[in-house]
Ligand binder design. Structure first.
Ligand code: GDP
Length: 444
């Protein structure tokens, strides 16, 4: 997970100060020293850390904290707000031009994830915003790059405009936009060529495309795993092209997170999206406040809810809620639920988004064995329809048959039955709680 080391260190530091009824200057000093070390270890730019720590210090020993009734919590609020601000404050949205199509130019070094991100972005625009994008292959130096984009286009069932490797990239971009107008496409995403290093010829070509097509958005794709190099790359692309935003890829593999925390401060340009995996639906809009929450172990319930909204069928969810209320939840519903949860992505990632979950003993660094889920599924599939609807009828001969059919053991079957009953009980409690205590949530 992204920010693993940083999150762990910051959370330890925060734990020490949260409950304090009085916060002395010495406490603040110690805390900021630890926050500073944690950030430097996470490979955050040195100057960025210095400025941030000064801001936190000033506010943490100021009136807003000292005069508050819960100074410990107040200090953490300050840290969270400053981290959010550091990453850009408000979420920075993708441009929508007055004219159609809106033109987005994707730039970046080779291997950063530019082509993949072009496909992901097109997918996101269509799925979440009901748009009708067209992809454009402007990397004429690597035939493989054109094929890669075409393959993505096929997977997404989305048009890819290309003119092979002999045409000039500027002409390709211009013709693509004409075509998009004809076909009433509202977004054009231009995948440009990359190089291994920042290089003058490449920059000149990108400037030519920019001057000719006047894009509404120039998104620089950088690889989060390259840490401060990503920040330097962003700086030089911005100086030449005046980019409008950054897409930070491979945040799923970047355990340190230094680039995410430094880019906005160093370049002044916002991170607009984060790549969280190789799959085409693993691009997330970048929300600085939610990211700060995740880093500080406060979870990210909003992203979790959004994930659920895009993967979970609303009608099914409503039916499920009804079943939970009336306690008529069966093993068939259970199977359906599991399929939905699986679609939402790796369970570890989901757990890290629940507030407080990373503090639960035994859950930290938990490696969830997805095979276990397969066993559970196999057990449920080995039940008869009647057994799934009324698990109460389960006796020892039925259990034996199910264990045999699913390649598991009777104790495993028993464990699942117990878990299912516990879950039903918990649901009952939860629905009662919801009825009774509306509005009681997490404080921060
Ligand atoms: P390009 O040369 O900049 O066009 O880079 P590609 O789009 O070909 O991507 C390079 C590699 O990075 C590919 O193997 C992608 O699957 C992978 N990649 C891209 N984005 C992500 C991401 O967000 N997470 C992970 N784990 N891999 C990614």
């Amino acid at each position: 997970m992204a920010f693993e080391g940083l999150a762990e260190r910051l959370q330890d530091t925060i734990k020490k100060i949260t409950g304090k009824g009085k916060v002395s200057e010495q406490d603040v000093k110690e805390m900021t020293r630890e926050v500073r070390l944690a950030l430097l270890e996470a490979d955050v730019n040195f100057k960025v850390v210095k400025d941030l720590i000064n801001r936190i210090k000033k506010r943490a020993v100021g009136q807003e904290v000292m005069e508050s009734l819960t100074p410990g919590q107040q200090v953490i609020k300050v840290v969270k707000e400053e981290l959010t601000e550091l990453m850009g404050g408000e979420q920075s949205k993708i441009a929508v031009a007055d004219r159609s199509p809106t033109v987005i130019m994707m730039v970046g070094l080779q291997g950063a994830g530019k082509t993949t991100t072009s496909g992901k972005l097109a997918n996101l625009l269509r799925k979440k915003h009901n748009r009708n994008p067209m992809l454009v292959a402007c990397d004429v130096y690597r035939p493989a790059a054109i094929t890669q984009l075409q393959t993505l286009g096929k997977q997404l069932d989305m048009p890819v405009f290309s003119m092979g490797t002999d045409a000039n990239p500027v002409d390709i971009a211009v013709k693509a936009i004409e075509k998009a107008k004809e076909q009433h496409r509202d977004y054009v995403i231009i995948d440009t060529a990359g190089r291994l290093h920042v290089d003058e010829n490449l920059m000149n070509e990108l400037i030519d495309i920019k001057d000719e097509v006047n894009p509404d958005e120039i998104l620089l794709v950088v690889d989060a795993m390259t840490g401060q190099d990503a920040v330097n790359v962003a700086k030089s692309f911005d100086e030449t092209l005046d980019i409008t935003g950054v897409v930070l890829t491979k945040l799923d593999g970047d355990t340190r997170g230094g680039a995410a925390l430094s880019i906005k401060a160093v370049t002044g340009k916002p991170i607009k999206f984060a790549g969280m995996g190789e799959k085409l639906d693993q691009l997330e809009p970048f929300h600085p406040d939610r990211m700060a929450s995740r880093i500080l172990g406060m979870g990210d319930v909003l992203t979790l809810i959004e994930k659920a909204q895009t993967t979970v069928d609303e009608k099914q969810a409503r039916e499920l809620e009804e079943k939970m209320r009336t306690m008529s939840f069966t093993f068939d519903d259970f199977l359906e639920q599991m399929a939905q949860v699986k679609k939402m992505g790796p369970l570890e990632d989901l757990i890290s988004m629940i507030p407080g979950m990373n503090k639960v003993k035994g859950l930290k660094n938990v490696q969830i064995d997805e095979k276990q889920l397969d066993h559970i599924e196999a057990i449920v599939y080995s039940m008869t329809k009647e057994e799934r609807q009324n698990p109460e009828i389960m006796n020892s001969s039925r259990k034996k048959r199910i264990a045999k059919g699913s390649g598991t053991t009777v104790p495993q079957v028993n464990r699942l039955l117990k878990q299912f009953n516990d879950m039903k009980k918990m649901m009952k409690q939860m629905t009662n709680m919801q009825k009774g205590k509306k509005g009681k949530g997490f404080k921060f």
